[in-house]
Every structure is written in C-alpha cells, then in structure tokens.
Design a protein around this ligand. Structure first.
Ligand SMILES: *Cc1c(COP(=O)(O)O)cnc(C)c1O
Length: 395
C-alpha cells in the first residue's frame, strides 16, 4: 500500500467520473453533478437501474459521482473500511451511526467526554425510542466490561474527548466489545483517519465531522461514517431510509480540502505544540491539556495509538472563573471566538464540561479551548501573552 500522503492525493479519483480512460486522462477533479432526476433510455434500462440501485446513476438522492468520489476517498483513507456514507452535519452522522446499531429495548454505552450534542441526541431522542444510555468514565479502558448489560448493543468512543482531551484506550475497549458481541462507534474528528486509522484498531463505525479538518476552511458542514465490512450493509440501508443527502457542491469543497489535509494537519500540530509549550511556562496557566505533551495523562496512549496530533487543545487558569475570561479573549487579534474548529484560522472558546457530565467531573480552573491555525506561532503567542496580562490584571 502507498503512503498516506500519496493516498490522500489519489483517493477517490476514479477515471470513470473524470472523463478519462485511465487515471492520467480527463479532468483532475470529479465534476460537480447537480442532479435530482436521472433519465433512462428505456423501460429495460429503468428496470436494470432499479435492480441494482447502489450501482450507477439512479436518482439524485442516491448520489452521483460527486458524492461517490468523496465516499470512496474517505474509505481509502481508513484501511479496512468497506464503505462510507455522508451526512449534512457531523451530528447527523453520529445520530445515524447510533440508529444503525441500536433498536428499541437496547442499551448503549457513551463516553462521558462525548461531544455535547451527541449526549443531547442520546438523552432526548434515543431514550424516547426506548434505548437506554449509560455514560462511562472515558479512562475506564477494559473496565467497561463491568457496565455491559444483557441488552447492551454498542459502545460510543471519542478520543481524545471533546473539551477535556482524555485519550481512551481504544484497543482495550474494542477487545471487550468484540468478546461481548457489541458494536463500536468512534468519533474520530480530532485525529481523522490519517492520525488514528480507526478500522485497523477494530472500530466498526468511524465517524468524522468533515466540517473540521477535511473541509478545513470554515465554510462547509458535512459528516461521514465509514463502516467495517460487517456493518456496512446496515449503515448504508439505515442512511438511505433516513433520506440522508449531501449537496455535490459541499462534496467538492470537502474533496478540495482533503487534498491538503495531511499537510495542514502537520502544520496545525507543530503550531499547536509550540503554543502549548509556551502556555506551560506562563505563570497564569494552571495546566495545559494536550495529549502530545509528555506529562499529559493521555501521552502514553496517544504515543502508542496515534500517528500525530491536530491543532485543538485546552488550558486551565489558576485564578478566576468563566465570567472573568472576557478580559483574555475579547481583544485577541488573531483568535476568533466561535464554535467549530479545524479551519485554517485560530479560535478560542471558554468551555464548561461539568455542565453536561454525569459519570465524571472535570477538576481544574476556568477552561479555555483553543484551535491553533496556520498563522505564525510567534504572533499567536504574543497575542495570548497580551490577553493573559489583561486577564491577570483583574485580580
Ligand atoms: C463539531 C463536532 C461534531 C459535529 O459536527 P457538525 O458538523 O458541527 O455537526 C461531532 N463531534 C465532534 C468531536 C465535533 O467537534
């Protein structure tokens, strides 16, 4: 198999869709096919299309080469995946992944560090459908076995966790899941399959918010789920039945982002580590939470399982509360205040994990999450230095 950088350049570029007779002919990128109706030559052709609805053009909602090129590219990037489906948001991808594995009367285990809207979907929709949910300590590892009930069907992981960046022992949890016949769903948005090849670790359904690093430019919302061979037919079927669809224009934006993702991730990692290392030396900072820093509680597992780090991490402050953090963030020149991340630009957000947690509590001072973009790290450091001076001047 070729290296990941080569794969990311070639993935999903099928010459059938680029008007070429081989990979070297035709246009480089799959064209944008805007389509609802697909026209057939004859009754025989209509019936043939209906007999094999997942092969070739059928109806716009079943996709065109614009969607298939992105799906195939994502499948190729997570070796071991049998296929990928797309969703209008990352949250929709998580919702369909959960609907794929659980039925009424079942029970699912969800990490307490999960992305907040994942929890809200579980609490407000899954429970209404008679699917029970238990939140577990993200650091539970093989101990998750004790939480498995007779009706448990699936375990949802997110590593590192949203806001607090706990690294989960994915192989230990997967081993329990396989022994007990449970499906595993991983929210792999932070690492992408480039930094955490999830299928190789035995994950069944690997989800990404393409909104983040694949899109990479803060201008598109798309989600994906890649499935193991065992789960692919059911994922695909559930996705179809819920009428999930992503526009060809948004797919083209994701494919454009994807081609530079490996390069961008390396720069996000380097810039983030430079800023994180500097924050560790600042007297106002209590703790920097970044799994790629030696000394971080997640460092050993991160080093064992991941091929790199991305640009999102957090730090806590020694003094003050969330209400005081305006002095730090309001006048930053290079950090935007806003949701989402994974774009080329730096972002900052005060976060409160304990507002939603139930199985564990986060210990520490006011928590600030940063996404480190592609700016010069020296400028970001100078900006944060001035912000932290404004912050400490309040006390
Ligand atoms: C942003 C995010 C999502 C959801 O993505 P959207 O496209 O915004 O719905 C899911 N999981 C994680 C970890 C995220 O950061």
């Amino acid at each position: 198999m070729t290296g990941p950088n080569t794969r990311i350049v070639h993935a999903g570029r099928n010459s059938d869709w680029t008007h070429g007779r081989s990979g070297k002919r035709g246009v480089v990128n799959t064209p944008i096919y805007r389509a609802s109706t697909v026209l057939f030559e004859s009754l025989a052709e209509l019936d043939a299309a209906n007999a094999a609805p997942d092969r070739g053009l059928n109806y716009g909602a079943r996709g065109t080469p614009s969607q298939w090129a992105l799906e195939e590219a994502l499948t190729e990037l997570d070796p071991g995946a049998a296929g990928t489906r797309l969703y209008p948001t990352g949250l929709a991808a998580l919702a369909i992944a959960l609907m794929t594995v659980a039925d009424s009367g079942d029970h699912v285990l969800i990490t307490d560090s999960a992305y907040d809207p994942t929890r809200l979907f579980a609490d407000r929709v899954l429970k209404r459908m008679g699917i029970a949910v238990t939140y577990y300590d993200p650091l539970i590892g093989a101990g998750i076995e004790a939480l498995v009930q007779p009706n448990t069907r699936a375990i949802l992981l997110e590593s590192p966790g949203s806001l607090t960046f706990e690294v989960q022992d994915v192989p230990a949890i997967v081993a329990v899941a396989k022994a007990r016949g449970l499906a595993t769903i991983l929210d792999n948005t932070w690492a992408t399959p480039l930094l955490l090849p999830s299928m190789a670790l035995g994950i069944d359904l690997s989800m990404q918010a393409l909104t983040k690093y694949v899109g990479g430019h803060a201008d598109v919302l798309v989600g994906s789920v890649s499935a193991s061979p065992a789960w692919w037919p059911r994922l695909s079927e559930t996705t179809r039945r819920f009428g999930q669809y992503v526009s060809p224009d948004d797919c083209a934006l994701c494919l454009r982002g994807l081609r530079t993702m490996a390069l961008r991730l390396r720069q996000h990692e380097a810039n983030a580590l430079e800023v994180a290392g500097w924050l560790q030396t600042h007297p106002a900072v209590e703790r920097v939470i970044h799994p790629a820093l030696p000394g971080d509680p997640g460092y050993a597992l991160w080093k064992r399982d991941f091929k790199g780090a991305s640009g999102l991490f957090a730090f806590t402050l020694k003094q003050g509360t969330r209400a005081d953090t305006g002095a730090l963030i309001d006048d930053l020149a290079h950090f935007g205040i806003g949701f989402s991340w994974g774009g080329f630009e730096s972002l900052v957000l005060p976060v409160e994990p304990n507002r939603v947690r139930t199985a564990t509590q986060f210990e520490g001072g006011a928590l600030i999450r940063v996404h480190i973009g592609l700016e010069d790290p020296a400028d970001l450091i100078a900006d944060l230095d001035a912000g932290l001076a404004r912050y400490t001047a309040q006390f």
